[in-house]
Ligand binder design. Structure first.
Ligand SMILES: [Zn+2]
Ligand SMILES: [Zn+2]
Length: 238
């Protein structure tokens, strides 16, 4: 049976045993979505990692925190990610977002669910997603983070909550420096009513990538301001 997301977006999938990433045919793919060659090329995030944002660390840290987390207020408890934002995963996320391939959520969703189970990172009241501004949503047709969040929600039986809304159009984050990013995101998000549902709840916030953390931090700040208890974050890569 088609899932809610599939029927809603009328997603067309690649043929069975076709690798989502390199599109070669390989009987070994089965229900894994990608071929063994691509799988080998994916770089996992390996410890030691920052206790807050999972940044790989190669120097002596203070309280197990990276410099950014030590010096800046983080409104989320922690951010976890299975992969390094590099090479094949970077390419796959790019394809997912910009090549009209919403079905990639199946592959990334299963990666995230497996990772969350392995790391006991599953104890949340709700799952929410970083929202897209409606103009971007209209252009792309789907919010890649929402598809992931809904998939994780369904697989782990944790309710999805459509909690956040982007209240202003922000400039492209990648074209700005750190200070500009922070300013650009100031009050960029708001909580959709009714906010009562999230009061004192623990929320897992889903995004595709973590770069400076400015976006998930601003979303976490908004959720906390509207009464959420604690916010945790997961991204595909960082
Ligand atoms: Zn492949
Ligand atoms: Zn950190």
């Amino acid at each position: 049976m088609k899932s809610y997301i599939d029927s809603f977006l009328e997603i067309i999938y690649p043929e069975k045993n076709t690798c989502f990433i390199c599109e070669t045919h390989d009987e070994a793919i089965g229900d894994k979505y990608i071929c063994p060659d691509c799988k080998k090329k994916i770089k996992k995030l390996l410890p030691p990692l920052c206790a807050k944002c999972s940044k790989p660390m190669d120097y002596n840290s203070i309280n197990n925190l990276c410099r950014e987390c030590y010096n800046n207020k983080r409104y989320f408890e922690m951010c976890k990610a299975p992969y390094a934002y590099d090479g094949l995963i970077k390419k796959a996320i790019y394809i997912y977002k910009y090549y009209n391939k919403p079905y990639f959520y199946k592959f990334f969703g299963s990666c995230l669910v497996n990772y969350m189970k392995r790391n006991n990172y599953t104890n949340f009241d709700y799952i929410a997603a970083v929202p897209l501004h409606f103009s971007k949503m209209r252009k792309r047709g789907y919010n890649q983070s929402e598809l992931l969040a809904r998939n994780i929600s369904q697989k782990l039986s944790i309710p999805y909550v459509d909690a956040l809304k982007r209240s202003k159009k922000t400039l492209k984050q990648s074209e700005q420096n750190k200070e500009e990013r922070r300013k650009n995101l100031n009050d960029a998000f708001t909580v959709k009513s009714p906010a009562k549902i999230i009061t004192n709840k623990s929320i897992l916030l889903v995004d595709d990538i973590y770069t400076t953390g400015a976006t998930v931090n601003e979303c976490s700040k908004t959720l906390i301001r509207y009464g959420a208890g604690r916010v945790f974050v997961i991204t595909i890569a960082r």
